[in-house]
Design a protein around this ligand. Structure first.
Ligand code: PLP
Length: 421
């Protein structure tokens, strides 16, 4: 079986051959590799080619692929049945673990994706405040719910869509898009401000010092709720995610990715008085047939149990080494490259100065250099994400040997970028 042949079959039965747009390689060109299996830091495609994988399910697989403890937990859970439509011990255990790590979470509800988490958190914020306006930031991605598909990052920026067809203007009429890293003017119409505390869907753009704290203050002054979308940063930047790292306590938080240990999950939570507007306690409806799924909660718990301070230190040290090596390789090759990093999370921008907002991120993508880097790395067996707006997600399975191999490949790839003009 070849990737080429399988892609042709896929194109016949799946729109664009994929189940999520960025996977189709449209923004980098070429044929996507079809993954047959994953092992630790690596994936193997249907042709038997092995790639050192920095996609890691867009961050969901923080331990690396097919972690034995996660697989065991899934097998044990699966043997007892895969979904019941009734409460289980597993969801209580995972919620307790989340609360231990993130003190701002007093009550938590599980969903099956990050999209559902942000969509539901917004509904709760609107229900609690009785207001309808939502402020988001350009380049931040919060999943694909209608009202948040404005000024989005990630797949949206990659596709060059400022918005999506099929979303009526009324659906985003109460969504205000503000530039990242600038505190917007709020008023008493604003139900909530939703932010990626480290933007990681327009490449990685760290919050400027004081930005998140100033958002907290602006929300407090107007009675708006502050929502941290920690679908990427949660359980990645450290045990308590971005809220802990930056010392800012949001009213609501959204989770996904790492929380499911590689299985489909999302969750949102926060202040008890706010979350109590949710049915069955309060009037805000939200539900899910597979929410709190026993396989996903078991996998998530098995993942979180391995994510102690030591694990985060290892992730962060590895990311720091990688960032420094990439910057050095770029300098050697004469390529203007920024390697922004916050803890274990890092990205690359083709820019001479640090990127602080979506305009900067778009300018980097517009150099057209990312596809050259991407394909040169792929030829060397290193898989970055197939889009200029994605972060790099090194896992705990990425060790010294993997970093060394990455930097050798990056040296060659960056010289190819330089040669491409
Ligand atoms: C991935 C992501 C989402 C959406 O999560 P899905 O599970 O893909 O629906 C929301 N917010 C952020 C910050 C994300 O990175």
């Amino acid at each position: 079986m070849t990737n080429e042949a399988l892609f042709r079959r896929a194109l016949d039965c799946l729109p664009g051959g994929v189940s999520s747009p960025v996977r189709a390689f449209r923004s980098v060109g070429g044929t996507p590799y079809f993954v047959a299996r994953g092992e630790g830091a690596y994936v193997v495609d249907v042709e038997g080619r092995r790639y050192l994988d920095y996609v890691q399910s867009y961050g969901a697989s923080i331990l690396g692929h097919a972690d034995p403890a996660v697989l065991d937990a899934i097998a044990v859970a699966a043997a007892g049945g895969t979904s019941f439509g009734a409460p289980t011990l597993g969801e209580v255990l995972l919620a307790e673990e989340v609360r231990r790590r993130v003190p701002a979470v007093e009550l938590l509800r599980f969903t099956s994706s990050g999209t559902e988490a942000t969509m539901s958190a917004i509904r709760v914020a609107r229900g609690f405040t009785g207001r309808s306006r939502v402020v988001k930031f350009a380049g931040c991605y919060h999943g694909h719910a209608d009202l948040l598909l404005a000024g989005g990052g990630s797949g949206l920026s990659t596709l060059g869509l400022p918005d999506s067809a099929g979303v009526p203007t009324e659906a985003v009429a109460e969504t205000v898009v503000a530039p990242y890293n600038a505190v917007p003017d709020l008023d008493e119409r604003v139900a909530c401000v939703i932010v990626e505390p480290v933007a990681a869907n327009m490449g990685v753009v760290p919050p400027e010092p004081g930005f998140l704290g100033a958002l907290r203050t602006a929300c407090d002054e107007t009675g708006a709720l502050l929502v941290f979308d920690e679908v990427i940063t949660g359980f990645r930047l450290g045990p308590g995610g971005a809220a802990e790292r930056f010392g800012v306590r949001p009213d609501l938080l959204c989770f996904g990715k790492v929380l499911g240990g590689g299985l489909p999950i999302g969750a949102f939570g926060g202040r008890r008085d706010v979350m109590e507007v949710l049915a069955p306690i309060g009037p805000v409806y939200q539900a899910g047939t597979l929410s709190g799924n026993p396989l996903a909660t078991a996998a998530g718990l098995a993942a979180l149990r391995q994510l102690d301070r030591g694990a985060y230190d290892r992730l962060e040290d590895g990311a720091a080494e990688l960032a420094a090596g990439l910057a050095l390789a770029a300098e050697d090759a004469g390529v203007a490259l920024q390697v922004p990093r916050v803890g274990p999370l890092l990205g690359v921008f083709f820019a001479a100065q640090p990127v602080t907002d979506y305009e900067g991120a778009k300018a980097s993508a517009a150099t057209g250099r990312y596809p050259v880097l991407f394909h040169a790395l792929l030829r060397e067996g290193v898989a970055f994400a197939p889009g200029a707006y994605e972060a790099l997600f090194p896992s705990l399975a990425h060790g010294d040997a993997e970093r060394a191999a990455t930097l050798v490949a990056a040296g060659k790839a960056l010289r190819a970028v330089a040669a491409s003009g």
